[in-house]
Design a protein around this ligand. Structure first.
Ligand SMILES: *Cc1c(COP(=O)(O)O)cnc(C)c1O
Length: 389
């Protein structure tokens, strides 16, 4: 279940942190598993004025859904034609001279003027032009701008340690970024937006908002800095609740091995429940209960229980306890807001040795996304209710 009202209100929280800066809601990876188009509409309703995605297909899907807000996309392959992006009025990131040529190919093919955000590697060590190569890239981009081929509308970068706000690299990257912005302005770029902050920086470091912030995880109500506080600390509400109906319950005797490899053995006669979600659905195999250690937490009938034994491809097992009254059809909650004592995505991340980003984004296509929220958000998402189509 995806709560679109939560997404809308989370974006409002982020906008308040951003002050005068605009909010680009990052909706890549199917909006972190929450559903691209429905989440994008809810984010825009919450005050986002931009949308950010990693891949061209994601940007084009937003446009196909009738979304006209500015969209930036930043990851494309060498040789991948960018024509459709320009025709759809999608802004593109440029991290290298080769990428600039790729954009210019699309300009020639379409007759459009490209809107380009030059990405600078201020220290993450991933995408972006090295600062030493920035002047040459800016020269080439501004020359193309003079010919009307493109507009350099943005300078941007990404942080390595935003989730550790006091880490020295945060300040260092901000310094390199400020220099890059100054260089672009001197070169004659027509900058509309300078942007550096992801969700963690948006929530912890208002000085890094510049003109635009790019939060992802917090849009969906999860804390990007769990060591500093959970969602409630920032007024965020987790939007995703993952639950399933038990497909089978049955009594087994003491000493009964459970699931592949019998990593769990029943300590007494008990009731087992079978949950129809497995690693093919995005339930991590690391959620297994192994060698006597309980697996990731679940909630059944108000009780906090755990995955028993190995998570399989399509299912896992929970020991419901001796005499448990549950029957097939009863609900098992894997994670939700936590407000009713259920586990959270953060609890699952901790149990699996990963981050909540991975828990929500990895949910598979077999898990239906059902939406709730204000009628106008459901209608905009094309999932029922409301008047607007
Ligand atoms: C994914 C991503 C974001 C959003 O990151 P969060 O940590 O989820 O806020 C922002 N910018 C870039 C370049 C990204 O790849």
């Amino acid at each position: 279940m995806i709560d679109l009202d939560a997404i809308r209100s989370n974006v409002g929280v982020l906008a308040a942190h951003a002050g005068a800066a605009q909010v680009m809601a990052v909706v890549k990876a199917d909006a972190y598993g929450h559903g691209l188009v429905a989440s994008a509409h809810a984010a825009l309703a919450g005050g986002a004025t931009w949308l950010g995605v990693a891949q061209a297909t994601e940007a084009l899907e937003l446009r196909a859904a009738g979304i006209t807000a500015p969209v930036l996309t930043w990851l494309y392959k060498p040789g991948e034609p960018l024509d459709a992006l320009l025709v759809a009025d999608v802004d593109v990131s440029v991290s290298s001279g080769a990428a600039l040529l790729q954009v210019l190919d699309a300009v020639r093919a379409t007759g459009r003027t490209a809107r380009v955000h030059v990405k600078v590697d201020t220290g993450l060590g991933r995408s972006g032009v090295q600062p030493v190569e920035l002047p040459a890239l800016l020269d080439a981009a501004v020359a193309a701008q003079a010919e009307g081929a493109l507009e350099v509308v943005g300078i941007w970068s990404h942080l390595a340690w935003a989730d550790a706000p006091d880490h020295p690299t945060v300040l260092a990257q901000t310094g390199v970024f400020t220099d890059a912005v100054a260089l672009a302005e001197q070169a004659g770029a027509h900058l509309e937006v300078r942007h550096l902050a992801n969700a963690a920086a948006t929530l912890t470091n208002p000085a890094m908002a510049f003109d635009l912030v790019r939060p992802g995880l917090a849009v969906y109500g999860l804390s990007p800095v769990p060591q500093l506080g959970g969602p409630e600390r920032f007024g965020l509400v987790p939007a995703m609740r993952l639950e399933a109906d038990l497909v089978l319950t049955k009594v087994v005797p003491a000493g009964h091995g459970v699931s592949y490899g019998h990593e769990y053995v029943t300590p007494a006669e008990t009731v087992l429940g079978v949950v129809p979600l497995g690693y093919a659905d995005g339930v991590p195999r690391h959620a297994s209960g192994l060698g006597g250690r309980p697996g990731a937490p679940v909630q059944v009938g108000g009780r906090r229980l755990a995955v028993a034994g190995r998570v399989c491809m399509d299912q896992f097992v929970v020991d419901l306890g001796p005499g448990a009254a549950e029957a097939a059809g009863d609900v098992v909650v894997l994670f939700g807001t936590g407000a009713d004592g259920e586990p959270t995505a953060e609890d699952w991340a901790a149990a699996c040795g990963t981050i909540s980003y991975e828990i929500v984004t990895r949910l598979g296509v077999r898990v239906p996304r059902e939406y709730r929220g204000a009628p106008e958000l459901l209608a905009a998402a094309g999932v029922g209710g409301g008047e607007r189509g």
